[in-house]
Design a binder for this molecule. Structure first.
Ligand SMILES: C[S@@+](CC[C@H](N)C(=O)[O-])C[C@H]1O[C@@H](n2cnc3c(N)ncnc32)[C@H](O)[C@@H]1O
Length: 231
Protein backbone atom coordinates (compact mmCIF):
# COMPACT_ATOMS: atom_id res chain seq x y z
CA UNK A 1 0.00 0.00 0.00
CA UNK A 2 1.15 3.54 -0.75
CA UNK A 3 0.08 6.38 1.56
CA UNK A 4 0.61 9.99 0.48
CA UNK A 5 0.11 12.83 2.92
CA UNK A 6 -0.28 16.42 1.78
CA UNK A 7 0.67 18.89 4.51
CA UNK A 8 2.29 22.27 5.18
CA UNK A 9 4.23 20.75 8.09
CA UNK A 10 6.16 17.79 6.63
CA UNK A 11 8.67 17.81 9.50
CA UNK A 12 5.95 16.83 12.00
CA UNK A 13 5.77 13.34 10.51
CA UNK A 14 9.20 11.75 10.79
CA UNK A 15 9.31 11.50 14.63
CA UNK A 16 6.20 9.30 14.43
CA UNK A 17 6.55 7.51 11.10
CA UNK A 18 10.21 6.63 11.53
CA UNK A 19 9.70 4.72 14.80
CA UNK A 20 8.35 1.38 15.96
CA UNK A 21 5.56 -0.39 14.08
CA UNK A 22 5.12 2.12 11.26
CA UNK A 23 8.86 2.18 10.65
CA UNK A 24 8.93 -1.64 10.61
CA UNK A 25 6.05 -1.72 8.14
CA UNK A 26 8.02 0.57 5.81
CA UNK A 27 11.25 -1.38 6.26
CA UNK A 28 9.48 -4.61 5.37
CA UNK A 29 8.13 -2.96 2.21
CA UNK A 30 4.53 -3.49 3.34
CA UNK A 31 3.72 0.21 3.15
CA UNK A 32 5.33 3.20 1.48
CA UNK A 33 4.59 6.59 3.01
CA UNK A 34 5.30 9.77 1.05
CA UNK A 35 5.02 13.16 2.72
CA UNK A 36 4.36 16.03 0.29
CA UNK A 37 4.82 19.70 1.10
CA UNK A 38 1.71 21.52 -0.10
CA UNK A 39 3.77 24.69 -0.66
CA UNK A 40 5.56 22.94 -3.53
CA UNK A 41 2.25 23.07 -5.40
CA UNK A 42 1.46 26.74 -4.69
CA UNK A 43 2.12 29.51 -7.22
CA UNK A 44 5.08 31.86 -7.16
CA UNK A 45 6.00 34.45 -6.00
CA UNK A 46 4.65 33.88 -2.47
CA UNK A 47 3.70 30.18 -2.55
CA UNK A 48 0.52 30.95 -0.64
CA UNK A 49 -1.60 27.93 0.22
CA UNK A 50 -4.32 29.84 2.10
CA UNK A 51 -6.54 32.90 1.73
CA UNK A 52 -9.24 34.60 3.84
CA UNK A 53 -12.67 32.99 3.94
CA UNK A 54 -14.94 34.70 1.38
CA UNK A 55 -17.48 36.79 3.27
CA UNK A 56 -15.11 37.26 6.18
CA UNK A 57 -13.44 35.02 8.72
CA UNK A 58 -10.21 33.09 9.14
CA UNK A 59 -7.82 31.59 6.63
CA UNK A 60 -8.83 28.68 4.43
CA UNK A 61 -6.70 26.31 2.32
CA UNK A 62 -7.05 27.32 -1.34
CA UNK A 63 -8.27 24.73 -3.85
CA UNK A 64 -5.55 25.13 -6.51
CA UNK A 65 -2.51 23.87 -4.53
CA UNK A 66 -4.50 20.91 -3.14
CA UNK A 67 -5.88 19.87 -6.53
CA UNK A 68 -2.38 20.36 -7.97
CA UNK A 69 -0.76 18.19 -5.29
CA UNK A 70 -3.22 15.33 -5.72
CA UNK A 71 -3.03 15.47 -9.52
CA UNK A 72 0.76 15.41 -9.38
CA UNK A 73 0.68 12.37 -7.07
CA UNK A 74 -1.80 10.51 -9.27
CA UNK A 75 -0.42 11.69 -12.60
CA UNK A 76 -3.82 12.68 -13.99
CA UNK A 77 -6.45 15.41 -13.68
CA UNK A 78 -9.18 14.67 -11.13
CA UNK A 79 -11.56 17.52 -12.03
CA UNK A 80 -13.54 18.13 -14.21
CA UNK A 81 -12.41 14.73 -15.50
CA UNK A 82 -13.80 12.46 -12.76
CA UNK A 83 -11.65 9.40 -13.35
CA UNK A 84 -12.79 6.53 -11.11
CA UNK A 85 -10.09 4.40 -9.60
CA UNK A 86 -11.50 1.91 -7.12
CA UNK A 87 -8.00 1.12 -5.84
CA UNK A 88 -7.32 4.54 -4.44
CA UNK A 89 -9.04 6.91 -2.03
CA UNK A 90 -8.55 10.65 -1.48
CA UNK A 91 -9.27 11.26 2.20
CA UNK A 92 -9.79 14.61 3.89
CA UNK A 93 -9.09 14.71 7.63
CA UNK A 94 -11.95 16.74 9.03
CA UNK A 95 -13.93 17.02 12.28
CA UNK A 96 -17.02 16.91 10.06
CA UNK A 97 -16.21 13.46 8.65
CA UNK A 98 -17.24 9.97 9.71
CA UNK A 99 -15.67 9.03 13.03
CA UNK A 100 -12.70 6.69 12.78
CA UNK A 101 -13.27 3.22 14.21
CA UNK A 102 -11.55 -0.14 13.98
CA UNK A 103 -14.29 -1.28 11.57
CA UNK A 104 -13.89 1.79 9.36
CA UNK A 105 -10.07 1.50 9.24
CA UNK A 106 -10.37 -2.04 7.90
CA UNK A 107 -12.34 -0.80 4.88
CA UNK A 108 -9.16 0.83 3.59
CA UNK A 109 -6.93 -2.22 3.91
CA UNK A 110 -7.69 -3.54 0.42
CA UNK A 111 -6.85 -0.31 -1.35
CA UNK A 112 -3.55 0.23 -3.14
CA UNK A 113 -3.20 3.96 -2.53
CA UNK A 114 -4.49 6.44 0.01
CA UNK A 115 -3.98 10.18 -0.30
CA UNK A 116 -4.51 12.04 2.98
CA UNK A 117 -5.19 15.77 2.95
CA UNK A 118 -4.13 17.39 6.22
CA UNK A 119 -5.25 21.04 6.33
CA UNK A 120 -4.96 23.73 9.03
CA UNK A 121 -6.67 27.02 9.94
CA UNK A 122 -10.42 26.99 9.14
CA UNK A 123 -9.97 23.93 6.94
CA UNK A 124 -10.37 23.70 3.16
CA UNK A 125 -12.28 25.55 0.48
CA UNK A 126 -15.60 23.72 0.07
CA UNK A 127 -14.70 22.73 -3.51
CA UNK A 128 -11.93 20.54 -2.11
CA UNK A 129 -14.38 18.79 0.17
CA UNK A 130 -16.99 18.30 -2.56
CA UNK A 131 -14.95 17.73 -5.72
CA UNK A 132 -11.54 16.44 -4.67
CA UNK A 133 -11.95 14.44 -1.45
CA UNK A 134 -13.73 11.11 -1.77
CA UNK A 135 -14.11 10.50 1.92
CA UNK A 136 -13.85 12.54 5.15
CA UNK A 137 -12.48 11.04 8.34
CA UNK A 138 -12.78 12.53 11.82
CA UNK A 139 -11.00 11.40 14.97
CA UNK A 140 -13.94 12.45 17.13
CA UNK A 141 -16.04 15.35 18.28
CA UNK A 142 -13.25 17.76 19.17
CA UNK A 143 -11.13 20.24 17.27
CA UNK A 144 -7.43 19.72 16.57
CA UNK A 145 -5.25 22.52 15.22
CA UNK A 146 -4.55 20.63 12.03
CA UNK A 147 -4.92 17.39 10.11
CA UNK A 148 -1.35 16.20 10.73
CA UNK A 149 -1.95 14.38 14.03
CA UNK A 150 -5.22 12.99 12.68
CA UNK A 151 -3.35 11.61 9.62
CA UNK A 152 -0.73 9.99 11.84
CA UNK A 153 -3.37 8.36 14.04
CA UNK A 154 -5.09 7.01 10.94
CA UNK A 155 -1.79 5.72 9.49
CA UNK A 156 -0.87 4.06 12.79
CA UNK A 157 -4.11 2.11 13.19
CA UNK A 158 -4.06 1.14 9.53
CA UNK A 159 -0.43 -0.05 9.44
CA UNK A 160 -0.74 -2.39 12.41
CA UNK A 161 -3.58 -4.19 10.58
CA UNK A 162 -1.61 -4.81 7.39
CA UNK A 163 -0.78 -8.54 7.39
CA UNK A 164 2.85 -9.12 8.37
CA UNK A 165 3.37 -5.83 10.22
CA UNK A 166 2.57 -7.09 13.73
CA UNK A 167 4.26 -10.47 14.13
CA UNK A 168 1.74 -11.94 16.61
CA UNK A 169 -1.43 -12.15 14.48
CA UNK A 170 -3.43 -13.59 17.38
CA UNK A 171 -2.74 -10.59 19.60
CA UNK A 172 -4.44 -8.33 17.03
CA UNK A 173 -7.56 -10.55 16.98
CA UNK A 174 -7.92 -10.32 20.76
CA UNK A 175 -7.70 -6.55 20.97
CA UNK A 176 -10.53 -4.26 22.03
CA UNK A 177 -13.15 -3.62 19.30
CA UNK A 178 -12.04 -6.67 17.29
CA UNK A 179 -14.60 -9.09 18.68
CA UNK A 180 -17.57 -8.42 20.88
CA UNK A 181 -16.03 -5.84 23.16
CA UNK A 182 -12.95 -4.85 25.11
CA UNK A 183 -9.71 -6.72 25.79
CA UNK A 184 -9.23 -8.80 28.97
CA UNK A 185 -6.99 -7.49 31.82
CA UNK A 186 -3.26 -8.14 31.48
CA UNK A 187 -0.74 -8.77 34.29
CA UNK A 188 3.03 -9.24 34.22
CA UNK A 189 5.95 -9.71 36.61
CA UNK A 190 6.38 -9.34 39.55
CA UNK A 191 3.58 -11.71 40.60
CA UNK A 192 3.40 -9.89 43.94
CA UNK A 193 3.83 -6.12 43.78
CA UNK A 194 3.50 -4.54 47.26
CA UNK A 195 0.90 -7.14 48.13
CA UNK A 196 -1.03 -6.64 44.86
CA UNK A 197 -1.08 -10.13 43.38
CA UNK A 198 -1.49 -11.55 39.88
CA UNK A 199 -4.67 -13.73 39.81
CA UNK A 200 -3.75 -17.37 40.60
CA UNK A 201 -5.43 -18.73 37.48
CA UNK A 202 -2.95 -16.89 35.22
CA UNK A 203 -0.05 -18.69 36.93
CA UNK A 204 -1.73 -22.11 36.85
CA UNK A 205 -0.47 -23.14 33.41
CA UNK A 206 -3.98 -24.44 32.63
CA UNK A 207 -4.71 -22.89 29.22
CA UNK A 208 -8.38 -23.86 29.22
CA UNK A 209 -8.99 -22.20 32.56
CA UNK A 210 -6.98 -19.13 31.56
CA UNK A 211 -9.01 -18.76 28.36
CA UNK A 212 -12.31 -19.06 30.26
CA UNK A 213 -11.17 -16.50 32.85
CA UNK A 214 -10.06 -14.06 30.15
CA UNK A 215 -13.34 -14.34 28.25
CA UNK A 216 -15.34 -13.76 31.42
CA UNK A 217 -13.18 -10.79 32.44
CA UNK A 218 -13.44 -9.25 28.95
CA UNK A 219 -17.22 -9.55 29.09
CA UNK A 220 -17.42 -8.04 32.58
CA UNK A 221 -15.12 -5.16 31.60
CA UNK A 222 -17.18 -4.47 28.48
CA UNK A 223 -20.49 -4.60 30.41
CA UNK A 224 -19.11 -2.14 32.93
CA UNK A 225 -17.27 0.31 30.68
CA UNK A 226 -18.79 0.01 27.21
CA UNK A 227 -22.16 -1.72 27.35
CA UNK A 228 -22.99 -0.13 23.97
CA UNK A 229 -20.53 -2.57 22.31
CA UNK A 230 -22.62 -5.55 23.40
CA UNK A 231 -25.84 -4.38 21.74
C1 LIG B 1 -8.96 24.10 13.40
S1 LIG B 1 -9.49 22.78 12.43
C2 LIG B 1 -10.78 23.49 11.48
C3 LIG B 1 -12.14 23.25 12.04
C4 LIG B 1 -13.28 23.72 11.17
N1 LIG B 1 -13.29 25.15 11.03
C5 LIG B 1 -14.61 23.26 11.76
O1 LIG B 1 -15.08 23.91 12.69
O2 LIG B 1 -15.14 22.22 11.33
C6 LIG B 1 -8.19 22.62 11.26
C7 LIG B 1 -8.01 21.24 10.67
O3 LIG B 1 -7.67 20.32 11.68
C8 LIG B 1 -8.11 19.03 11.33
N2 LIG B 1 -8.99 18.51 12.40
C9 LIG B 1 -9.45 19.20 13.47
N3 LIG B 1 -10.19 18.42 14.25
C10 LIG B 1 -10.21 17.21 13.68
C11 LIG B 1 -10.83 15.98 14.01
N4 LIG B 1 -11.58 15.86 15.10
N5 LIG B 1 -10.64 14.93 13.19
C12 LIG B 1 -9.88 15.05 12.09
N6 LIG B 1 -9.27 16.19 11.70
C13 LIG B 1 -9.44 17.25 12.50
C14 LIG B 1 -8.88 19.17 10.02
O4 LIG B 1 -8.03 18.81 8.97
C15 LIG B 1 -9.22 20.64 10.00
O5 LIG B 1 -9.41 21.12 8.70
Amino acid sequence: MIIDVVTIFPKMFSPVLDESIINRAQDKGLVKINIHNLRDFASEPHKKVDAPSCGGGGMVFKPDPLFGAVESILGYEVYPEKKKDENKRIILLSPQGKTLSQKRVKKFLNLERLILLAPRYEGVDERVRCDLAEEEISLGDYILSGGELASMVFIDCLCRLIPGVVSDKESIKRESFEGQGLDFPHYTKPVDFRGLKVPEVLLSGNHGKIETWRKRQALETTKKRRPDLLK
